[in-house]
Design a binder for this molecule. Structure first.
Ligand code: PHE
Ligand code: ZN
Ligand code: ZN
Ligand code: CA
Length: 474
């Protein structure tokens, strides 16, 4: 981690500590309006400008400046503890990428998403369009992680590629989501241009399903004495793909090529008769093409919505509120913090990870054998409840029937006593990941090892692939 990166993370942590009560101190209090640091957002924009500058002046799809932008955003999110995925797809201008980041807590059946396109046009660095939305969403994600909260719902952030080629990345993402996963997305919030130099404060009004979120955005700006106008963006940004699936969407926008009226200049300041962004899609859309007041206010609006909807009650039961006690829970650092059979933790491309590229792949040998992976963890005596959850994918060559041949046991080792919470087998075949959750409240005040133990019989493989393990307390 570079000095600047560390400083950025620490700044976010300090800001959050000052304004957000810690989860442990007030488990049920929601800080609904964090101050998203515009200094940090601006630092992210400086980074995107420097990526463009060192890559031919743009961050366009298929060019190195785009890939560098995606890798950089992903590395920031990885370092903050997100489960990230780089999703690649092809376009007329070459390969592009979506970066997806999920905060691995909260009810996975209720997903709240915020997103922004990360690509620029070919003619410039794309700082207002759309370094601004990307940097505001990124800083919100980092601030949420630093706040130490565990949300009621799942938070997922999307950084889309190839928006400028016709919303290609966001369409690719939704088209490749299994129907069951689409149904879990409760809200998608889009931010495309938030720091226009001659800004307007527009709230999307193009999806009746998102009217609740639209009204929350409007009310937020009103509470800050900022007047807004609705805008029907006619599907001109990445929320369109979500909207077309019936998912509620909302967003904000500070204006592109449109001309500010004198009535708008009277309420928002700036210059009437001039475009909101005279450098829209031009080479002058640089780090100097920003209004920092707009960037600050709209980034705070992103934070407000994410904090607020993270806790919205969509029918969630017993959300853990105390964070994950496990280290390296998604196996992305390889075997670090885990013990057990060598080679179980792998980034082999023959089995997909639930998040990232590493996972624990137990068995799949097709001969008599046993393998295990585990981690020691101290469950605080002060916990009211504790649960162990993980994602598992099971494929098998055993014929379907009712006979258990190959198993993985989910165990808790407490001193000399080993208890089996569950046994999964070839009968639990599931080639899409499913999440399992078990109550481990009985172990509060104990230091135990949570352990997955696989066993196979003499023929026909079963592969138990485990990822994103959470030992959460409330
Ligand atoms: N999607 C447009 C672009 O990236 C910007 C835009 C956003 C225009 C929202 C209208 C409304 O160029
Ligand atoms: Zn654009
Ligand atoms: Zn844009
Ligand atoms: Ca993983």
């Amino acid at each position: 981690m570079s000095k600047t990166t560390l400083y950025g993370v620490l700044t976010a942590a300090l800001v959050s500590t000052a304004l957000v009560p810690s989860a442990a101190a007030t488990a049920t209090t929601v800080a609904e309006s964090p101050d998203i640091s515009v200094t940090n957002v601006k630092a992210h924009l400086d980074q995107l400008q420097s990526i463009a500058t060192s890559n031919g002046g743009n961050r366009y799809t298929g060019r190195p400046g785009y890939r560098a932008s995606a890798d950089w955003v992903r590395s920031k999110l990885d370092a903050a503890g997100y489960t990230t995925t780089l999703q690649s797809f092809s376009t007329s201008a070459g390969t592009s990428y979506n970066v997806i980041a999920e905060w691995p807590f909260g009810d996975a059946n209720h997903v709240v998403m915020a997103g922004s396109h990360l690509d620029s046009v070919s003619s410039g660095p794309g700082i207002n369009d759309n370094g601004t939305g990307s940097s505001g969403v990124l800083e919100t994600a980092l601030a949420y992680a630093a706040s130490g909260q565990t949300p009621r719902n799942r938070l997922r952030f999307g950084f889309w590629g190839a928006e400028e080629l016709g919303l290609v990345g966001s369409k690719y993402y939704v088209n490749n989501l299994p129907a069951a996963e689409r149904d879990k997305i409760e809200l998608y919030l889009n931010f495309d241009m938030t720091g226009s130099p001659n800004p307007g404060y527009f709230v999307y009004n193009d999806n009746p399903a998102g009217n609740g979120a639209r009204d929350d955005l409007t009310a937020y700006f009103t509470s800050k004495s900022i007047q807004t106008e609705y805008i029907d963006v006619q599907g001109r940004s990445d929320h369109a793909a979500f909207r077309s699936l019936g998912i509620p969407t909302a967003g904000t926008f500070s204006g592109a090529e449109g001309i500010k009226t004198s009535a708008q200049a009277a309420k928002w300041g700036g210059t009437a008769g001039q475009a909101y962004d005279p450098c829209y899609h031009r080479s002058c859309d640089t780090i100097n093409n920003l209004n920092l007041t707009s960037l600050d206010r709209q980034s705070d609006a992103i934070g407000h919505m994410v904090w607020n909807y993270a806790q919205k009650d969509y029918g969630t039961t017993n959300p853990p509120t105390g964070g994950n006690l496990l280290l390296n829970p998604g196996f992305e650092s390889g075997a670090t913090n885990w013990t057990g059979t060598t080679g179980v933790i792998t980034n082999s491309s023959s089995k997909p990870a639930h998040g990232g590229s590493y996972k624990a792949w137990l068995q799949g040998n097709g001969r008599s054998s046993t393998e295990n992976v585990g981690q020691s963890v101290a469950i605080p005596a002060s916990a009211t409840a504790a649960s162990l959850s993980f994602w598992v994918r099971i494929d098998t060559a055993e014929t379907t029937g009712s006979t258990v041949y190959d198993t993985v046991k989910v165990q808790v080792v407490d001193g000399a006593t080993t208890s089996t919470l569950a046994t999964l087998s070839n009968l639990n075949k599931a080639t899409a990941y499913v999440q399992k959750t078990y109550d481990v409240t009985a172990y509060k005040g104990r230091t135990v090892t949570v352990k997955f133990v696989g066993q196979e019989d003499s023929s026909l493989q079963t592969s138990f692939v485990i990822d994103d393990v959470v030992l959460g307390t409330s």
